[in-house]
Design a protein. Sequence first.
Length: 507
Amino acid sequence: MSQTVPATPDANRWKALAFIAIAQLMVVLDATIVNIAMPSAQQDLGISDGNRQWIVTAYALAFGGLLLFGGRIADLWGRKRAFVTGLGGFAAASALGGAATNEAMMFGARALQGAFGALLAPAALSLLAVMFTDAKERAKAFGIYGAIAGGGGAVGLILGGFLTEYLDWRWTFFVNIPFAIVAAAGAYFVIREPEGGRNRSSLDIPGVVLSTLGLVSLVYGFTRAEADGWSDSLTVGMFVASAVLLAAFVIVESKVKAPLLPLRVLTDRNRGGVYLSLGLAVIAMFGLFLFLTYYLQVVKGYSPVKTGFAFLPMIAGMITGSTQIGARLMTRVPARLLMGPGFLVAALGMLVLTRLEIGSSYAALLLPAMLLLGLGMGTAFMPAMSLATYGIEPRDAGVASAMVNTSQQVGGAIGTALLNTVAASATTSYIKDHIAGAAGKPQQQLVQLEGMVHGYTIAIWFAVGILVTAATIALTLINAGKPDMGGSVAGAEEGAEEAVHVPVVAH
């Protein structure tokens, strides 16, 4: 049975948001900060070219594979405990990574960071979902959270550039420790989790094993494809294994008494639409981050620090889109009318980038494209983050939050591999067609740079298509009206009543 409890807001909720935002920033920073430091770390630790991808892959596999498990643990233990534990573990793993003396220690530290990140990320998002119950406040809170989730990656590029250039690559790991200590201490003293929102049913072990192995196979399949091609036998094997494991996972979840991922979380058309459109948008976004970083550093000759600063307009656009457009309109218009147009504005920014050439001007081409991308993504991310946990029963808040992170994480892995492969094959065929006519070394180098930029523009066309698809899904699948001014984490359907339904679980 379930009883209705009036939604009284937590007095410390805004202070709690500050500490949750610090933790979210740390996790998002870590995803890009390490990319900038990778060449120096590789050289110092004697990691081969073939193995260097594991600095990124070890983290992505643990994080992507364990997210659903982390979300369920947060629902079982309580989000505050999961959040503080995740922060402590992440800080310890970062210290280990910064102190690494060989590749095994580095890869182990990255996998540990991913595992604790998988506990921390869903706990952070579900804390927001259960603490902010008023629709207007919730819109503002998710606006801030969405801006950090979107813009933190580019901040990571700037910070990573500074730390690598002026200190040492090890500081890209050590910098996480003060973030984690401040966020954990603040959370411990400030966060009061609402009563009755725990899901104390026993853990679904088959579900944990199948989902973890299925997601790990999927993420690893895409990372293999990037390095060894789509027809590589292990790559194909990984995709087949992933399909079989995830299908088995869905069957198990529909039959067990206390599933890891209750199918009611996915079958709601609004949440399903959010997970799908958000995952697609992230595919387009992640690939672009990578191309622009290489374009600015290799083609334009920017330093790591200058590259980081070049991304600032995108962050400004994201923050404006999230806090000024998304948060202000979210309580006035249905979510699909923010998400659909948001993704289309981002697609327009991508479309501008298809005109990229070796001599393209930053001010005339890259700047407007980045502003459009940031504005569009910020506007769309904000209602997506909120809608993903809207109308959810408190006992499912952790696992629903984990699904948002899972769609972003898997989207990121797919985006990097898919768009990279498209760009690489377009570059190869361009160079093959044009290299014969190049006389002398300078001409050949020019053809190679032209080939690289040509590859990027072809991949960016794919990204435009992916963003248009995301917009179409958001406009057709998502049908929730504007939120009521009452409760938003509720056991009701869309348009939840003026109260939060808290299930009373028998012990």
